[in-house]
Design a protein around this ligand. Structure first.
Ligand code: AFP
Length: 275
């Protein structure tokens, strides 16, 4: 039980750090740090990047949320790991670490996530479709479960924390009113982005986390939450926007930048943004 519970520390995002957050972060930093081709690591848990190699050999940058949805750990609800992989920018010098990190999501070479749920599932894209694997603990390996996953083009499911409704932008409030009036929608909200997104990938619908009064820019992080999921969504035929811009086109200004996120089935995202 040493591994469950809070550490008593508050992270760079102002959130309570769980022991499992630290464990996941240390494991990823240690394992990725050994790989000769990884030059820079960016983690939700760490204020500064880990620069492993400035030399040309460390050509990849791995950005990750080591344990997304960690406030759900104690309730045994699905949580996960989200990752984005960039290549060092050829336009910048080897030593300009931030220039390599602050690239738009359209430059990701691969991205994906792992959900620790009723089974452990890995979904990833390297720009040629989305592929899903299931962990087989008896052999200690991920086994291909489904190739080329496509997100349903439309589905009447919305996923949003409606407790914040009054502080949502007017268009989102109008969409929610319209969906209720329509009478044939389901609401699903886990509170772990990675699990809410995975359901949206499989079942369709839309996940919405707009700007609120408390977090005017949105709560979710652009570089290691919105970008990787947007890449996966688009590769599966879905859409991801901040309400105005395609997520993958946003030029990041800071490493832990937040964004509003509307992501999911093509038709449903279009409907949300039409109000
Ligand atoms: P934690 O990792 O601190 O639990 O945050 C999870 C998260 O960033 C994301 O996974 C959820 O979608 C979102 O927060 C839920 O936020 P609300 O509790 O504000 O709905």
């Amino acid at each position: 039980m040493e591994i469950v519970g809070a550490t008593g520390r508050i992270n760079v995002q102002g959130e309570e750090v769980q022991k499992l957050d630290e464990f996941a972060n240390n494991t990823l930093v240690r394992c990725l740090g050994y790989r000769g081709n990884v030059g820079i690591l960016v983690s939700e848990e760490d204020e500064d990047p880990h620069v492993i190699q400035e030399a040309e050999s460390g050509k990849y940058i791995v950005l990750f949320d080591p344990l997304d949805g960690s406030s759900n750990i104690n309730a045994n609800v699905s949580i996960g790991t989200i990752f984005s992989i960039l290549e060092r920018s050829s336009k910048s010098s080897g030593k300009d670490v931030m220039a390599h990190i602050l690239q738009p999501g359209s430059r990701q070479v691969a991205a994906g996530y792992v959900v620790y749920g009723s089974s452990t599932v890995l979904a990833y894209t390297a720009g040629n479709g989305v592929h899903m694997f299931t962990l087989d603990p008896s052999i200690g390996a991920f086994v291909l479960a489904k190739e080329n996953i496509k997100m349903p083009k439309a589905a009447r499911i919305y996923s949003v924390n409606e407790a914040y409704r009054e502080s949502f932008p007017e268009g989102i409030q109008k969409y929610l009113d319209w969906a209720k009036e329509a009478g044939n929608y389901s609401s699903r909200y886990i509170g772990s982005l990675v699990a809410d997104f995975h359901r949206t990938l499989i079942r369709g619908g839309v996940f919405i986390y707009p700007g609120t009064k408390k977090s005017p820019q949105g709560k979710l992080r652009l570089l290691y939450e919105a970008n990787p999921l947007a890449f996966v969504a688009e590769q599966a035929g879905g859409v991801a926007t901040d309400g105005e811009r395609r997520i993958l086109d946003i030029q990041p200004k800071t490493m832990h930048e937040r964004t509003a996120l509307i992501i999911g089935s093509k038709d449903e995202v279009a409907r949300v943004t039409s109000f």
